[in-house]
Design a binder for this molecule. Structure first.
Ligand code: KG4
Ligand code: ZN
Length: 343
């Protein structure tokens, strides 16, 4: 069974083709991605209308590219998976519209995938795929959640952010420091030459006793510290602040994740979402895993941020298990807000 996946929930257009047998992990045949980051950079964040229009321009050429690379024809596609939500409504509608049209044209079923389920299952695209059950730390630009995953489609929310997401904390701190969009990778780069313990910053909810997060206060603390540095802070002072902000975010993510593992008694952790690419986060989780004897699974580095491969994969895994056989032509919708435990 060949499954095409289309991702267009935010500022990345992603298309991928996977091959799935009746069971076993689906195999990635080809994937292609176009990031709009450069286009949105001038505005300091994603402009939804521009995002939608760019998805319109990119999605068909990417589809062609993926089929070419996989040596496949449109008629080889058995199932069309696309991101149904959550995300920007207009952006989602582009992917959904193209997917539904493809379904009608090829007379194949379509399957609307939850974006976070895609992230959650993306480590199955890595050579060393996790086994169920596991704890998942989902850290993206819009979400910060700890979940217990018992099987494909069986997700229990253990804790989440009560305000900003971890990625937002990176992006907003980066913006304050005058770094470009998206700020996460830029802040991480600046942090490399700074000292993580240079600036005392709060670790919100570190001792709250639950698995929830809060990052909005951190951004304010970074702003206050930055102001204290005067109108023209030195490069070294900015690097120290970046390193300290990164350390504060990572400390809380690591502490809560370890707590979730301890509470559940599970020995496997999956880290997914854009912030999962962060090297400090990975180093600390890997060190804790070595110390405590649990396993950590990451998606391949290039599939941490949004992509079509995770959508094709999630569609294939759901179809394989009979959780979702897809639907035939008819009215369709997108779900800009869609809690993961409601799929
Ligand atoms: O999963 P993703 O691509 O999109 C969403 O679904 O939100 O995540 C994007 C987020 C952005 O906030 C970006 O700044 C952050 O992931 N990010 C990073 C790194 N790479 C991406 N944050 C910290 N360190 C990184 N290396
Ligand atoms: Zn995402």
């Amino acid at each position: 069974m060949k499954v095409i996946g289309i991702e267009s929930s935010c500022d990345e257009t992603g298309v991928a083709l996977v091959d799935a047998g009746a069971s076993g992990t689906p195999r990635l045949l080809a994937h292609a991605l176009h990031s709009q980051a450069e286009m949105h950079q001038a505005y300091g964040g994603v402009v939804p209308e521009l995002a939608s229009r760019d998805h319109v321009r990119r999605v068909i050429p990417l589809l062609r590219q993926v089929l070419d690379e996989a040596g496949s024809r449109p008629a080889d596609i058995d199932l069309v998976a696309y991101t149904r939500g959550p995300g920007l409504a207009g952006a989602l509608l582009v992917g959904a519209g193209v997917a539904e049209a493809l379904g009608v044209a090829l007379d194949r079923p379509t399957l609307g995938v939850h974006h976070l389920e895609g992230h959650l299952l993306s480590p199955f695209l890595a050579a060393d795929a996790p086994a169920f059950p596991f704890i998942a730390l989902l850290v993206s630009g819009g979400h910060t959640q700890l979940m217990r995953v018992d099987e494909v489609g069986r997700y229990a929310l253990l804790g989440e952010t009560i305000d900003d997401a971890a990625g937002e904390a990176f992006d907003k701190s980066a913006k304050l420091l005058g770094l470009g969009y998206p700020g996460g990778p830029a802040l991480a780069r600046l942090a490399e030459s700074g000292r993580a313990d240079a600036v005392p910053l709060p670790r919100p909810l570190l001792h709250s006793g639950d698995l929830d997060f809060s990052f909005a206060g951190l951004k304010t603390a970074v702003m206050t510290r930055l102001r204290a540095l005067g109108p023209q802070p030195t490069e070294a002072a900015r690097a120290d602040l970046a390193a300290s902000a990164q350390a504060a975010i990572v400390d809380v993510l690591v502490a809560k994740t370890l707590r979730a593992l301890a509470d559940s008694g599970l020995q496997r952790l999956v880290v997914a979402g854009g912030v999962g690419a962060n090297r400090r986060l990975r180093a600390q989780l890997d060190a804790a895993a070595a110390r405590r004897g649990f396993r950590v699974h990451y998606p391949p580095l290039d599939l941490c941020t949004d992509n079509g491969a995770m959508i094709a994969l999630a569609g294939a895994l759901r179809a394989q298990r009979g959780l979702d056989r897809g639907r035939r032509a008819g009215p369709f919708d997108v779900r800009p807000r869609w809690p993961l435990d409601q799929i």
